[in-house]
Design a protein around this ligand. Structure first.
Ligand SMILES: C[C@H](N)C(=O)N[C@@H](CCC(=O)O)C(=O)O
Ligand SMILES: [Mg+2]
Length: 355
Protein backbone atom coordinates (compact mmCIF):
# COMPACT_ATOMS: atom_id res chain seq x y z
CA UNK A 1 0.00 0.00 0.00
CA UNK A 2 1.64 3.25 -1.16
CA UNK A 3 1.20 6.79 0.11
CA UNK A 4 -0.15 8.82 -2.82
CA UNK A 5 -1.02 12.23 -1.39
CA UNK A 6 -1.08 14.42 1.72
CA UNK A 7 -3.83 17.05 1.93
CA UNK A 8 -4.06 19.78 4.58
CA UNK A 9 -7.25 21.41 5.86
CA UNK A 10 -8.53 22.94 9.09
CA UNK A 11 -10.20 21.60 12.20
CA UNK A 12 -12.11 23.98 14.47
CA UNK A 13 -13.77 23.74 17.89
CA UNK A 14 -14.98 26.60 20.12
CA UNK A 15 -13.88 26.32 23.77
CA UNK A 16 -16.38 26.18 26.66
CA UNK A 17 -14.43 28.90 28.51
CA UNK A 18 -11.29 30.86 27.49
CA UNK A 19 -8.10 28.82 28.06
CA UNK A 20 -5.60 30.95 30.03
CA UNK A 21 -2.01 30.10 30.99
CA UNK A 22 1.03 32.17 31.90
CA UNK A 23 1.90 32.06 28.19
CA UNK A 24 -1.36 32.77 26.35
CA UNK A 25 -5.16 33.11 26.23
CA UNK A 26 -7.20 31.23 23.61
CA UNK A 27 -10.95 31.46 22.89
CA UNK A 28 -11.39 28.90 20.13
CA UNK A 29 -9.31 26.11 18.60
CA UNK A 30 -8.36 26.45 14.94
CA UNK A 31 -5.84 23.74 14.09
CA UNK A 32 -4.50 22.12 10.93
CA UNK A 33 -6.07 18.82 9.78
CA UNK A 34 -3.96 16.41 7.73
CA UNK A 35 -5.24 13.63 5.45
CA UNK A 36 -2.78 11.03 4.16
CA UNK A 37 -4.10 9.06 1.14
CA UNK A 38 -3.04 5.65 -0.20
CA UNK A 39 -3.33 3.93 -3.56
CA UNK A 40 -6.13 1.64 -2.32
CA UNK A 41 -8.35 4.59 -1.34
CA UNK A 42 -7.66 4.52 2.42
CA UNK A 43 -7.28 7.81 4.30
CA UNK A 44 -5.48 8.42 7.60
CA UNK A 45 -6.15 11.55 9.66
CA UNK A 46 -3.96 13.75 11.86
CA UNK A 47 -4.01 17.18 13.49
CA UNK A 48 -1.39 19.83 14.28
CA UNK A 49 -1.84 22.56 16.90
CA UNK A 50 -0.16 25.89 16.09
CA UNK A 51 1.23 26.73 19.55
CA UNK A 52 3.60 29.53 18.52
CA UNK A 53 4.63 30.37 22.09
CA UNK A 54 5.83 26.81 22.72
CA UNK A 55 6.80 25.12 19.42
CA UNK A 56 7.26 28.28 17.32
CA UNK A 57 4.69 27.04 14.81
CA UNK A 58 1.75 28.86 13.25
CA UNK A 59 -1.06 27.55 11.00
CA UNK A 60 0.78 28.95 7.99
CA UNK A 61 4.15 27.44 8.97
CA UNK A 62 2.58 24.03 9.58
CA UNK A 63 0.85 24.00 6.18
CA UNK A 64 4.05 25.14 4.47
CA UNK A 65 6.20 22.53 6.25
CA UNK A 66 3.82 19.75 5.23
CA UNK A 67 3.19 20.82 1.64
CA UNK A 68 6.72 22.03 0.86
CA UNK A 69 8.93 19.56 2.75
CA UNK A 70 7.16 16.57 4.35
CA UNK A 71 4.90 15.63 1.46
CA UNK A 72 7.69 15.44 -1.15
CA UNK A 73 9.75 13.37 1.29
CA UNK A 74 7.22 10.60 1.90
CA UNK A 75 4.75 10.43 -0.99
CA UNK A 76 5.42 7.20 -2.93
CA UNK A 77 6.66 5.27 0.12
CA UNK A 78 5.20 1.91 1.11
CA UNK A 79 3.16 1.97 4.33
CA UNK A 80 4.83 -1.23 5.53
CA UNK A 81 8.20 0.59 5.63
CA UNK A 82 7.00 2.55 8.64
CA UNK A 83 10.41 3.07 10.30
CA UNK A 84 11.79 4.39 7.01
CA UNK A 85 8.80 6.70 6.58
CA UNK A 86 9.39 8.05 10.08
CA UNK A 87 13.10 8.54 9.40
CA UNK A 88 12.33 10.55 6.24
CA UNK A 89 9.66 12.51 8.09
CA UNK A 90 12.15 13.40 10.83
CA UNK A 91 14.82 14.49 8.35
CA UNK A 92 12.49 16.33 5.95
CA UNK A 93 12.75 19.63 7.87
CA UNK A 94 14.37 20.82 11.13
CA UNK A 95 12.00 21.16 14.15
CA UNK A 96 8.39 21.85 12.97
CA UNK A 97 7.35 19.13 15.41
CA UNK A 98 3.57 19.70 15.28
CA UNK A 99 3.56 19.49 11.46
CA UNK A 100 5.50 16.21 11.74
CA UNK A 101 3.19 14.90 14.50
CA UNK A 102 0.09 15.36 12.34
CA UNK A 103 1.60 13.34 9.49
CA UNK A 104 3.06 10.70 11.84
CA UNK A 105 -0.34 10.01 13.46
CA UNK A 106 -2.13 9.92 10.09
CA UNK A 107 0.40 7.32 8.88
CA UNK A 108 -0.12 5.26 12.07
CA UNK A 109 -3.89 5.56 11.59
CA UNK A 110 -3.48 4.05 8.11
CA UNK A 111 -1.17 1.34 9.46
CA UNK A 112 -3.82 0.28 12.00
CA UNK A 113 -6.48 0.26 9.29
CA UNK A 114 -4.26 -1.80 7.02
CA UNK A 115 -3.93 -4.50 9.69
CA UNK A 116 -7.51 -4.04 11.00
CA UNK A 117 -6.17 -3.45 14.53
CA UNK A 118 -6.67 -0.56 16.98
CA UNK A 119 -3.54 1.60 17.07
CA UNK A 120 -2.89 1.17 20.81
CA UNK A 121 -2.63 -2.61 20.27
CA UNK A 122 -0.22 -2.18 17.38
CA UNK A 123 1.93 0.01 19.64
CA UNK A 124 1.95 -2.49 22.52
CA UNK A 125 -1.53 -2.42 24.04
CA UNK A 126 -0.58 -2.02 27.71
CA UNK A 127 -4.01 -0.79 28.94
CA UNK A 128 -7.49 0.01 27.64
CA UNK A 129 -8.52 2.86 29.88
CA UNK A 130 -6.97 6.18 30.93
CA UNK A 131 -7.99 8.79 33.51
CA UNK A 132 -7.29 12.38 32.48
CA UNK A 133 -7.09 15.55 34.52
CA UNK A 134 -8.80 18.78 33.42
CA UNK A 135 -7.21 22.23 33.23
CA UNK A 136 -8.29 25.09 35.48
CA UNK A 137 -7.27 28.29 33.68
CA UNK A 138 -5.35 30.97 35.58
CA UNK A 139 -7.77 33.70 36.70
CA UNK A 140 -8.55 35.46 39.94
CA UNK A 141 -8.89 33.19 42.97
CA UNK A 142 -12.71 33.23 43.12
CA UNK A 143 -13.13 32.27 39.46
CA UNK A 144 -10.58 29.45 39.78
CA UNK A 145 -12.38 28.07 42.84
CA UNK A 146 -15.69 28.15 40.93
CA UNK A 147 -14.14 26.47 37.87
CA UNK A 148 -12.57 23.80 40.11
CA UNK A 149 -15.89 23.01 41.79
CA UNK A 150 -17.60 22.87 38.35
CA UNK A 151 -14.93 20.43 37.12
CA UNK A 152 -15.43 18.20 40.16
CA UNK A 153 -19.21 18.27 39.49
CA UNK A 154 -18.48 17.13 35.92
CA UNK A 155 -16.77 14.05 37.39
CA UNK A 156 -13.08 15.02 37.28
CA UNK A 157 -10.96 13.91 40.25
CA UNK A 158 -7.64 15.36 39.01
CA UNK A 159 -7.27 19.11 38.39
CA UNK A 160 -4.36 20.76 36.57
CA UNK A 161 -4.26 24.24 38.03
CA UNK A 162 -2.61 26.92 35.89
CA UNK A 163 -0.53 29.54 37.71
CA UNK A 164 2.55 31.65 36.92
CA UNK A 165 0.85 34.74 35.49
CA UNK A 166 0.74 36.62 38.79
CA UNK A 167 3.21 34.84 41.11
CA UNK A 168 2.31 37.01 44.11
CA UNK A 169 -1.20 35.50 44.30
CA UNK A 170 -0.36 31.92 43.34
CA UNK A 171 -0.10 30.41 46.84
CA UNK A 172 -3.50 31.89 47.77
CA UNK A 173 -5.07 30.54 44.57
CA UNK A 174 -3.93 26.96 45.18
CA UNK A 175 -4.73 27.04 48.92
CA UNK A 176 -8.27 28.31 48.14
CA UNK A 177 -8.81 25.54 45.57
CA UNK A 178 -7.59 22.85 47.97
CA UNK A 179 -9.93 24.16 50.72
CA UNK A 180 -12.87 24.20 48.28
CA UNK A 181 -12.43 20.77 46.64
CA UNK A 182 -11.34 18.88 49.77
CA UNK A 183 -8.56 16.31 50.29
CA UNK A 184 -9.72 13.61 47.84
CA UNK A 185 -9.12 15.57 44.62
CA UNK A 186 -5.63 15.34 43.12
CA UNK A 187 -4.10 18.75 42.36
CA UNK A 188 -1.37 19.32 39.77
CA UNK A 189 0.07 22.82 39.35
CA UNK A 190 1.42 24.11 36.01
CA UNK A 191 3.35 27.41 36.05
CA UNK A 192 4.10 27.34 32.31
CA UNK A 193 7.57 28.90 32.93
CA UNK A 194 6.05 31.81 34.87
CA UNK A 195 8.27 31.81 37.96
CA UNK A 196 11.93 32.59 38.56
CA UNK A 197 13.83 29.76 40.28
CA UNK A 198 13.80 31.59 43.64
CA UNK A 199 10.10 32.45 43.33
CA UNK A 200 9.41 28.81 42.49
CA UNK A 201 11.18 27.50 45.58
CA UNK A 202 9.44 30.08 47.80
CA UNK A 203 5.98 29.32 46.35
CA UNK A 204 6.37 25.53 46.38
CA UNK A 205 7.67 25.53 49.97
CA UNK A 206 4.72 27.71 51.00
CA UNK A 207 2.35 25.21 49.34
CA UNK A 208 4.10 22.38 51.20
CA UNK A 209 3.84 24.27 54.53
CA UNK A 210 0.13 24.87 53.90
CA UNK A 211 -0.40 21.10 53.43
CA UNK A 212 -1.94 21.55 49.98
CA UNK A 213 -0.68 18.08 49.03
CA UNK A 214 0.21 18.93 45.43
CA UNK A 215 0.99 15.89 43.27
CA UNK A 216 3.51 17.79 41.13
CA UNK A 217 4.56 21.18 39.80
CA UNK A 218 4.95 21.42 36.05
CA UNK A 219 7.54 23.61 34.28
CA UNK A 220 8.12 26.12 37.10
CA UNK A 221 10.78 28.16 35.27
CA UNK A 222 11.87 29.21 31.77
CA UNK A 223 12.26 26.24 29.43
CA UNK A 224 15.97 26.74 28.75
CA UNK A 225 16.92 27.45 32.38
CA UNK A 226 17.95 23.89 33.21
CA UNK A 227 20.12 25.10 36.10
CA UNK A 228 16.97 26.77 37.44
CA UNK A 229 14.94 23.56 37.02
CA UNK A 230 17.71 21.67 38.83
CA UNK A 231 17.71 24.25 41.66
CA UNK A 232 13.93 23.97 42.12
CA UNK A 233 13.99 20.15 42.01
CA UNK A 234 16.84 19.98 44.55
CA UNK A 235 15.34 22.51 46.96
CA UNK A 236 11.72 21.32 47.27
CA UNK A 237 10.03 18.07 48.28
CA UNK A 238 7.27 18.32 45.65
CA UNK A 239 7.79 16.42 42.38
CA UNK A 240 8.81 18.60 39.44
CA UNK A 241 7.66 17.75 35.93
CA UNK A 242 9.49 19.07 32.86
CA UNK A 243 7.19 20.15 30.01
CA UNK A 244 8.44 22.94 27.71
CA UNK A 245 12.06 21.94 28.56
CA UNK A 246 11.66 18.54 26.86
CA UNK A 247 10.79 18.12 23.19
CA UNK A 248 13.17 15.34 22.08
CA UNK A 249 14.81 12.21 23.46
CA UNK A 250 18.02 14.21 23.69
CA UNK A 251 16.29 16.84 25.85
CA UNK A 252 15.00 14.03 28.07
CA UNK A 253 18.49 12.60 28.38
CA UNK A 254 19.86 16.01 29.45
CA UNK A 255 17.10 16.55 32.04
CA UNK A 256 17.66 13.06 33.45
CA UNK A 257 21.45 13.46 33.52
CA UNK A 258 21.21 16.80 35.32
CA UNK A 259 18.46 15.53 37.67
CA UNK A 260 16.57 18.67 36.66
CA UNK A 261 13.09 17.12 37.03
CA UNK A 262 11.35 14.09 38.54
CA UNK A 263 8.94 13.46 35.65
CA UNK A 264 8.62 14.35 31.96
CA UNK A 265 5.53 15.51 30.06
CA UNK A 266 5.45 13.94 26.57
CA UNK A 267 3.31 15.67 23.94
CA UNK A 268 3.12 14.48 20.34
CA UNK A 269 3.23 18.15 19.24
CA UNK A 270 6.69 18.43 20.87
CA UNK A 271 8.21 15.09 19.89
CA UNK A 272 7.05 15.21 16.26
CA UNK A 273 4.66 12.28 16.72
CA UNK A 274 4.29 8.77 18.10
CA UNK A 275 7.47 7.23 16.67
CA UNK A 276 9.73 9.73 18.48
CA UNK A 277 7.48 9.73 21.59
CA UNK A 278 8.06 5.97 21.97
CA UNK A 279 11.84 6.51 22.07
CA UNK A 280 11.58 9.32 24.60
CA UNK A 281 9.24 7.32 26.84
CA UNK A 282 11.56 4.32 26.79
CA UNK A 283 14.65 6.40 27.63
CA UNK A 284 12.73 7.79 30.61
CA UNK A 285 11.55 4.31 31.63
CA UNK A 286 15.07 2.91 31.47
CA UNK A 287 16.13 5.68 33.87
CA UNK A 288 13.23 5.20 36.27
CA UNK A 289 11.51 8.45 35.26
CA UNK A 290 7.72 8.25 34.85
CA UNK A 291 6.01 10.26 32.12
CA UNK A 292 2.82 12.22 31.68
CA UNK A 293 1.10 12.25 28.30
CA UNK A 294 -0.02 15.80 27.58
CA UNK A 295 -1.61 17.79 24.78
CA UNK A 296 -1.67 21.36 23.51
CA UNK A 297 -5.04 22.92 22.72
CA UNK A 298 -6.06 20.04 20.47
CA UNK A 299 -9.37 18.51 19.43
CA UNK A 300 -10.42 14.89 19.62
CA UNK A 301 -8.50 14.13 16.40
CA UNK A 302 -4.93 14.37 17.70
CA UNK A 303 -5.81 13.82 21.38
CA UNK A 304 -7.14 10.40 20.32
CA UNK A 305 -3.79 9.57 18.72
CA UNK A 306 -2.08 10.59 21.98
CA UNK A 307 -4.53 8.39 23.93
CA UNK A 308 -3.60 5.38 21.78
CA UNK A 309 0.08 6.06 22.45
CA UNK A 310 -0.51 6.49 26.20
CA UNK A 311 -2.55 3.27 26.36
CA UNK A 312 0.36 1.40 24.79
CA UNK A 313 3.04 2.50 27.27
CA UNK A 314 3.51 1.20 30.81
CA UNK A 315 5.66 4.23 31.63
CA UNK A 316 2.87 6.76 30.98
CA UNK A 317 1.72 7.13 34.55
CA UNK A 318 -0.17 10.45 34.32
CA UNK A 319 -2.61 11.73 31.71
CA UNK A 320 -3.37 15.32 30.67
CA UNK A 321 -5.55 14.73 27.61
CA UNK A 322 -8.31 17.21 28.35
CA UNK A 323 -8.51 18.89 24.91
CA UNK A 324 -11.92 17.35 24.03
CA UNK A 325 -13.30 18.17 27.52
CA UNK A 326 -12.45 21.85 26.98
CA UNK A 327 -14.30 22.00 23.63
CA UNK A 328 -18.02 22.70 23.19
CA UNK A 329 -18.26 19.81 20.74
CA UNK A 330 -16.06 17.33 18.92
CA UNK A 331 -15.26 18.04 15.25
CA UNK A 332 -15.27 14.31 14.44
CA UNK A 333 -17.22 11.17 15.41
CA UNK A 334 -15.65 7.89 16.52
CA UNK A 335 -12.27 7.28 18.13
CA UNK A 336 -11.71 6.43 21.81
CA UNK A 337 -14.62 7.23 24.16
CA UNK A 338 -14.14 10.44 26.17
CA UNK A 339 -16.60 10.30 29.08
CA UNK A 340 -15.80 12.86 31.78
CA UNK A 341 -12.37 11.85 33.13
CA UNK A 342 -12.39 8.38 31.53
CA UNK A 343 -10.89 7.68 28.12
CA UNK A 344 -11.66 4.18 26.87
CA UNK A 345 -10.07 2.60 23.82
CA UNK A 346 -12.40 0.85 21.37
CA UNK A 347 -11.86 -2.07 18.98
CA UNK A 348 -12.02 0.06 15.83
CA UNK A 349 -9.02 -0.12 13.53
CA UNK A 350 -6.37 2.64 13.56
CA UNK A 351 -7.25 5.69 15.66
CA UNK A 352 -10.88 4.70 15.18
CA UNK A 353 -12.53 7.46 13.18
CA UNK A 354 -14.81 6.61 10.29
CA UNK A 355 -13.79 8.99 7.51
C1 LIG B 1 -4.42 21.55 27.33
C2 LIG B 1 -3.46 20.96 28.33
N1 LIG B 1 -4.12 20.59 29.53
C3 LIG B 1 -2.34 21.92 28.64
O1 LIG B 1 -2.37 22.61 29.62
N2 LIG B 1 -1.33 21.93 27.76
C4 LIG B 1 -0.18 22.77 27.79
C5 LIG B 1 -0.45 24.16 27.35
C6 LIG B 1 -0.78 24.11 25.90
C7 LIG B 1 -1.24 25.34 25.19
O2 LIG B 1 -0.95 26.48 25.53
O3 LIG B 1 -1.90 25.06 24.17
C8 LIG B 1 0.66 22.63 29.02
O4 LIG B 1 1.40 23.52 29.36
O5 LIG B 1 0.68 21.56 29.64
MG1 LIG C 1 2.51 22.25 30.84
Amino acid sequence: MKITDIVVGEVEAPLITPFKTALRTVYSIRNVAVYVHTDNGQVGIGEAAPTAVITGETRASIKRAIEGYIKPAIVGMDLDDIAQIMDRLDKSIYKNTSAKAAVDMAVYDLFGKRYQTPLYKILGGYRKELVTDITISVNDKEEMVKDSLDAVKRGFTILKVKVGKDPIGDVERVVAIREAVGPDITLRVDANQGWTPKQAVRIIRALEDANTNIELVEQPVHHDDLAGMQYVTANTFTNILADESVFSSKDAFTIIEKRAADFINIKLMKTGGIFQAQKLCQIAEANGIGCMIGCMLETKVSVSAAAHFAASQKNITMVDLDGPSLCMKDPIAGGPLFESERITMTDHAGIGFSL
